[in-house]
Design a protein. Sequence first.
Lengths: 236, 866
Amino acid sequence: MTAGAQASGDLDEMRVSRVTVADVPFLADFSGALFWEEQRLLIVSDLHLEKGSSFAARGVLLPPYDTVATLSRLAAVIARHDPRQVIALGDSFHDRDAHRRLSEPDREALAALQVRRNWIWISGNHDPALPPDLGGVVASEVAIGPIVFRHEPTGASGEIAGHLHPKARVPTRGRSIERRCFASDGERAVMPAFGAYTGGLSIRDVAFARIFGSPGFMAHVLGDNRVHAFAASRCY
Amino acid sequence: MSTLDLFSVAPPDAADLLPRRFRDWFASRGWAPREHQLALLAKAREERSALLIAPTGAGKTLAGFLPTLVELAGAGKEDAPATRATGEQRKALISTGRSVRRSGGLHTLYISPLKALAVDIARNLETPVAEMGLPIKIETRTGDTPVSRRQRQRRYPPDILLTTPEQLALLLASDDAPYLFSSLKRIVLDELHALVTSKRGDLLSLGLARLWAIAPQLRAIGLSATVAEPEQLARFLVPQPGGKSASADVVTAGGAAPPVVEMLDTRERLPWSGHSARHALPEVYELIKRNKTTLVFVNTRSQAEMLFQDLWRMNDDGLAIALHHGSLDVAQRRKVEDAMAAGRLRGVVCTSSLDLGVDWGDVDLVINIGAPKGSSRLMQRIGRANHRFDEASRAVLVPANRFEVLECAVAIDAIAENAQDTPPLRSGALDVLAQHVLGCACGKPFLSDELYAEILTAAPYASLSRTDFDDVVEFVATGGYALKTYERFARIKQDKQGRWRVANPKVRQSYRLNVGTIVEETMLKVRLVRSRAGGTGSTGAIARGGRMLGEIEEVFIEGLVVGDTFVFGGEVVRYEALVEDQVYVSRANDKDAKVPSYMGGKFPLSTYLAERVRKLLDNSRAWNALPDQVHDWLSLQRRFSRVPAVRELLVETFPRGGSHYLVCYPFEGRLAHQTLGMLLTRRLERARARPLGFVANEYALAVWGVGDLSFLIRQGRLDLNALFDPDMLGDDLEAWLAESALMKRTFRNCAIISGLIARRFTDEEKSRRQVLFSTDLIYDVLRKHQADHVLLRTARADAATGLLDLRRLGDMLSRIHGRITHKPLDRVSPLAVPALLEIGRESVYGEASDELLAEAAEELVREAMT
């Protein structure tokens, strides 16, 4: 009855579990990406590229390795599923100028990932005006079959969104573990942030209650090597 | 040139050293100057820096200030006329021009670890100054000093300024520091033994180095409790000449009466484990009743809370018993201290918050509940009783369990021998150095070569390598990353002459807000709401609001599961939820809290006492002096299994309730044991012994799992010597550090102290919501992409002695190598019982989060299916 129970057999090999949104089955990857097998579509959200340099400009000299870290994780999940299309679900860049600060190697790494793939940048509140030279196309939202992809969740049925950076704290033996997670009730889903420097918002925050209407939704928690499903009401 | 030989040389002559005015004042009070007070005057006259080692109540503070008072009285030599300018004349000499030499100016700086202490000392100094009519202006400067007075102090400094290490750093980080400090003659460092054991000591040492450069005539007086190596501590007080080591002269105040210490001979049954000593509370209460004023020391804040609550429950006589710990509101603490000073209290339950501070005269008994941890620590606490120097302090030790009886017994022996076990002088941390470098750049621009030479004069940094120094400067400037992309965001920049200065005023502002090395735990607000228990078990969105009860450490809450009960603010509450920085609790009707919240205290059992406990165990004749219950317990252990010899490690394996246990007894303190537990479980996993968890206390470590360990060892499939091989501090350690929550906490502290991450913000920054940043994410990324970064090196150095206690673990593994005795048993041994009883009370560790998450998920599935 829970997705955790379904995550077995060959799915374990792939280190994913299932998340269903409006009857469409997705694979939830432990990296924080969603994969729609039938469409060979991979979705990642909230990459926040160049967040490090954005802070540096304000005098907080965070290690300048977040973009390379995020892109190499993205390359790994792309290698695992070999998608035909990729959707970056908004806030791909931490600020309006962030894309200009991409280093040449990072720019090349990004371009390499886009080869022979449809790449869609959904704009988000951090990157509302993406330039056309990043490769791929820019859109404010995309609909495929019954599913709508947009950055900020509205709670509509069939919606897959990001923006909120859901995380969940799970009680285990003697201590609790806090991780990023997918939040989904079968009708809609909120994706975890993918970026190396992205923090999170507890799924017990009222923001999630507003989207899901009740705590009767699931948290698909990102483990080190697989995804674990919990009723959100059991997390905190 | 060890302890100054007061008596082999001619004894100091009071008439020669003390002006008439002072001699008369002493006489009018019915006092005579003490030998160590005169010795310090003699040192001052010889222009020597000195370390005074003296117990509390020896008139230490007055001794420290006498040279200053005599000099300022203008009568160091009776014939010399007072040369100091009067207030009026001084004002006329004030100039902002730095070249103007003033007479007067700041003469003496006093540094205390506690700002309250600085304020009290200032008050106490006023008495002799007023009674002798000395023309001396004394002021304090703390975080509470109003801005207007601080500004005035810079332009019109007092003769004596009393302050803290952090305020000194702030004063130095300004370009008028040379103006303020060039006249400085003396610096008095109070409670030096306490200051030097932490990063605050590092910060202070760097401040001293700066002062020596500004005021070469400066001489220091350190005031300290008794320490193991006074010579080492005395190095702190003088500039270190490159390559060699220099020390201040050591003056020791003798003559204190040895303390009278005994262990509570309880009529009750001694508990096997736990730390509350609840069994002995009626006896503790009786002791309070029989004495005038009693200090009851415990090791943790929550123990203090619980004990206080329990004592009041039996307080039929309505004795005035108060509570004092670091998490209480400052005003509340001051109220307790004042009531104490006024003699209105019969007892105070307190933590290390009262280890330091002003003398209270009237305390006639100290009770120490639980483990003493170290003999020097205990002696300092006991010294809080009866501050009349020549009378013996009285103390009663109350062990809370059987192992603690052993610890108390050896501590009493150690005190009788006056054996000290204070740690050796630290080597200076690089994150503190980074803070100091930024502070220097906030003041007058500096040249790298000059600053490096200056820093080497600070004892903790005497062996700092040039590479480390350059790395730190680079870190302060641009973050010190191999990928050099932040040049344009640099916080400090070099001018054409190569001098470093801050890049913009915002950097200076941020430095001022974030100075200091005390990183407080992340605190969460605790709010009382109505319970939602008893319903469906599933919880709805949390009702916001609720009465605010206080603040609690985030680490403590992270260990809880919804529904757990704990004591907070004097009542038992039930944990309901955590949302953002708010913890929601409801009132629980339980009388006892499920989670004792014993966080182990800040200090582990000292290596020295541990060694003595091992010797006591190995010497069965000495057991006769122990309480019968403990004697019987050890004898039973000897018959049933074995009592470990001094140098060996006893490892017992046995089955119990479907699991298999391994219990070992290193006696190295809980932090080292926890680290050992983490590493052992990794190795046992590889050996397919399928460990499930472990629990550590100060004396022992218990690991349990599915695999039959006795069988595996007998079959030769598990080799204990290989399991405990020191090579576990290699790859296994590295792999564990990658995910260790303790290591991440250590890194966070370094990131904050070094100034990478701010903890306090300007109002303008506060309006942006995204100022907070998880250092865990930085740790992960930095570790992967630049593993040798200076901050990671700093965190690793901290881990060696801090939360992970790696150095001690390493020493232990080498000590027991090839000396492991294995006892396969068919059931739990008497010695193992206390460790096993901790299971369920203490968190179970194991950082294999995927396994834990999977287990938690399966449990929920089972629940849902049945």
